[in-house]
Design a protein around this ligand. Structure first.
Ligand code: GLU
Length: 488
């Protein structure tokens, strides 16, 4: 690999950090780490109409939370700044002037309406809509005249005819476009803002980007960028276009599809762990040698290689993400999971603020009961509902258990034991249940199932001694009494 590897993730602040953007950032980061290069984050804010106020913060905050650190960006000058496109207008200007002076770009006075009508006519005639090149034919005098008149104009790049634009994509191999299929495109809009294709080319060039690693949706922009490099006599970077990310139905993922959670901060809010998201993202298009699937960021930094990125689309499998998160949650420090679970329990109205040490300890024990099962922290709420809400009705399976013989004896006996003023730790509960067994002669399922159903309303659940202990003596008493009144 060439020395001086410099790669960049270049989000437009038109939205929060999307799972696809995070994957692009991660692969760039890993590539930089692997080859001892620099990872840069550049904010491509040329599309002012679609600007979302909080987007830049969301991008940076969430990348940092994931552990994807950058070497240069808006908050870390590496000598190639500024790192927001709109703060770089003065840097684009000389290149624009050069292209204009050399006749490689020209002002276009066509209005939106004219362009729209032109495109519609081309579509109606079954042609691919493309700028006709009308304004490229204006005489210098005519241009002067229109400018003097104050007619608004954009600047277009003059696409040369008959040029083959090819490159070897590090993922897709040989890729080739014909310039004849590309209409003269706008490089500076009427409002003076550069377009993405122009800004990105000059920025990549001036920031000495060695490899452009980005989503496949940008593949069709690459020939335009190659044309600009060519016009400026500059060497283009290497390109690697990452495969598309499809949803579980194998459709291209749409940011508007609200049925799938697609933004990193949503996962963060639900209590996903950054390690799991990183691991999951790394496998969206890349695969290591062998069968192993669990990797830390540090490990990925050592083994990631662009050669093992596939060109076929990756499928965003939310079940796999949940499975992976469960893997990391099981291994995590219980105190961390407790901290993550607490706000969800508060939001559900299950735990009241302020969180005293006693409450924190109790929640810690509750979380410990479910840590193995949790896919993400917010799941603690449905899992633990029965601790906070009286069981309402029994399902068929529970009903059958509660109609069994000896159930009333078991419940009554346990109720009597609960009157004894002893502690109510899981060990105490175990002792009490042993006494009930002795007193009633019921054991195993016949003993535990009715008590579980009576106390929790459910047939299955975590360890009974711990569950009852956490419910507390008074709760258990109350629920047992209510259940007794419902059994024959
Ligand atoms: N600003 C572009 C985007 O958000 C990045 C394109 C590129 O990496 O060249 O999709």
């Amino acid at each position: 690999m060439a020395n001086n590897v410099r790669v960049r993730y270049a989000p437009s602040p038109t939205g929060h950090l999307h799972i696809g953007g995070a994957r692009t950032a991660l692969f760039n980061y890993l590539f930089a780490k692997r080859y001892g290069g620099k990872f840069i984050i550049r904010i491509e804010d040329t599309d002012m109409k679609r600007h979302v106020a909080d987007a830049e913060r969301s991008q940076l905050d969430n990348l940092r939370w994931l552990g994807i650190e950058w070497d240069e960006s808006v908050d870390k000058d590496g000598g190639y700044g500024p790192y927001r496109s709109m703060e770089r207008l003065h840097l684009y200007q000389p290149f624009l002037e050069r292209l204009l002076a050399e006749g490689k770009a020209y002002p276009c006075f066509c209005s939106e309406e004219e362009l729209l009508a032109e495109r519609e006519a081309q579509r109606a005639a079954g042609e691919t809509p493309r700028y006709s090149g009308k304004c490229s034919l204006l005489s210098p005098e005519e241009r002067e005249r229109r400018m003097a008149e104050g007619i608004p104009y954009a600047i277009r790049f003059r696409v040369p005819k008959g040029v083959e634009l090819s490159f070897t994509d590090l993922i897709r191999g040989f890729v080739s476009f014909r310039s004849d299929d590309i209409g003269d495109f706008v490089i500076v809009k009427q409002d003076g803002a550069p377009t993405y294709n122009f800004a990105v080319t000059i920025d990549d060039m001036l920031m000495e980007i060695s490899h452009v690693i980005r989503g496949e949706e940008h593949l069709s922009n690459t020939p335009r960028q190659l044309l600009i490099y060519r016009a400026l006599g500059a060497k283009a970077p290497e390109f690697a276009h990452l495969p598309l990310i499809l949803n579980q139905d194998r459709q291209k993922m749409s940011k508007r599809d609200e049925s799938i959670i697609q933004f990193v901060e949503q996962y963060r809010e639900m209590g996903y762990l950054p390690e799991a998201i990183i691991n999951f993202l790394s496998l969206l298009g890349w695969s290591p040698e062998g069968e192993r699937e669990i990797f830390s960021l540090k490990e990925l930094e050592e083994i990631f290689s662009i050669e093992r990125v596939s060109k076929s689309p990756a499928v965003f499998d939310t079940d796999k993400l949940a499975w992976m998160n469960n893997h990391y949650m099981k291994e995590a420090d219980p105190a961390l999971i407790t901290e993550q679970a607490l706000p969800h329990l508060v939001k559900a109205g299950y735990i009241e603020e302020p969180i005293t040490e006693e409450k924190r300890r109790w929640v810690g024990q509750l979380v410990a009961l479910y840590q193995e099962k949790l896919h993400y922290a917010a799941e603690i709420v449905p899992f633990t509902k029965m601790f906070f809400e009286e069981p309402s009705s029994w399902d068929d399976e529970a009903m059958e258990i509660m109609n069994g013989s000896g159930v009333r004896e078991v419940l009554s006996s346990f109720l009597r034991k609960l009157e004894e003023e002893k502690g109510f730790t899981p060990e105490n509960v175990k002792e009490l249940l042993k006494e009930v067994q002795k007193e009633t002669g019921q054991k195993g399922k016949n003993l535990f199932m009715p008590i579980r159903v009576a106390a929790t309303g459910e047939v299955y659940g975590p360890d009974l001694n711990h569950t009852l202990s956490l419910l507390g003596r008074e709760n258990v008493k109350k629920r047992l009494l209510a259940s007794l009144s419902k059994t024959k």
